[in-house]
Design a binder for this molecule. Sequence first.
Ligand code: AMP
Ligand code: TRP
Length: 339
Amino acid sequence: MAETTFTPRVFSGIKPSGGLTLGNYLGAIKRWVEMADEPYETVYCVVDLHAITVWQDPADLRAATYEVAAGLLASGIDPAKSILFNQSQAPEHAELGWILSCVARVGWMNRMTQFKDKAGKNAEKVSLGLYAYPALMAADILAYHATHVPVGEDQKQHVELTRDIAAKFNHDYGEEFFPLTEPVIEGPGMRVMSLRDGSKKMSKSGESDMERINMLDDADTIAKKFKKARTDPAPLPETLDGLKDRPEARNLVDIYASLSHTSAEAVIAEYAGAGWGQFKPALADLAVDKLAPISSEMKRLIDDKGELDRILGSGAEKAREIAAPILKRTYEIVGLVRS
Ligand code: AMP
Ligand code: TRP
C-alpha cells in the first residue's frame, strides 16, 4: 500500500498514571516537541483511558492528567502548533477501540511482552482492559490515520501490532483504509533505565521514588538521587566498549548524552577515567539545568487549571474534527447502519 497517500500525521500518547519522569522526557516528549516543527500535523494525547487499565485513585488520576498536560506544555508542546487533549474527551478512541478489538487476534495479544511483564504471575487477576490495551492504542493511532508514532523502545511492539491490525482490517474489508503506521524511535535516551536497577526501565509507577527522576523534583532531590544511583565501583572507561555489561554505568552515560544532545561516545571521550564522585555531580548539574525551567513552568500551569481546561477542551474539539469522519467511514465499511 502506498503510505504516501496519507497526510503525514504524528500521534503519540502518554499515560497519566503518575507524574512525568526523565524517561518520559528523554524517551518521548523531547522528540514530540521536535516533530511539531517538522512537516507533520501533530496530535498529542494524555491517555487517561489507558491509565485505568490498572487501578487509579480518581483524585490522583485527575491530578496526574493535569500534571502530564502541564509537563507537555512546559516542555515546549505549543497548542497553536499541535493538538493536545486527554483521550476520554474524544469518544472516538473507545468506539474505534471496540471495532479493532474485533480485528485483533487473541494469539497476537498473547505475544505482547508488556502485558506479560505487567501481569506477571498475576495474569488471572489483572483487568481485561490491561490485556485489550494494545487494541485501544491501535485505535488512538488509527482514528487519526497517523503515519508516524514517536515512542520509546518499549512501545515498538505495540506499534507493530497496530500495523498488523490495520493490514488485517484493510485486507478483510477489501479497502486500503488505514495507513501502516511507522514507529519513530531515536536518540540515546530512547530507553532510560531505573537508577536502582539497570535492567528495568525508569517508570512513573515503580515502587521506589529513588529509582526515577521526576520532572517536578527539586535540585536537591535530583542531586541526591543521582548520588545514590546504583553503579559498579569502576571509573568510566576509555571507550564505549568498556561499558558493555555495566548497565547502570551505561544508563548514566546515556542520560548525560541525551540531556546534552551529544553521543555516549562523546561523553566517554570527555570523562574517560573519571570516578563517580566527579561524574554524578556533573550529571546532576546538567539535569537540574535542563529540568528547572520546565518544572517551574509546570508548577505555574498546574495552579492554573482554567488554562489547562481551555487547552485540553479545545484540543479535544480539534481532535474530534479529524477522528469523527474516520470513525464514521469505519462504521460504514464494517456495515454498521447509521440511520
Ligand atoms: P508511559 O509513561 O508508559 O505512558 O510512556 C509514555 C512515553 O514515554 C512512551 O513513548 C514511552 O515509550 C516513553 N517512556 C516511558 N518511560 C520511558 C523510559 N524509561 N525510557 C524511555 N522512554 C520512556
Ligand atoms: N501505550 C503507551 C505507553 O504506555 C501510551 C500510548 C497509548 C500511546 N496510546 C498511544 C503511545 C498511541 C503512542 C501512540 O507508553
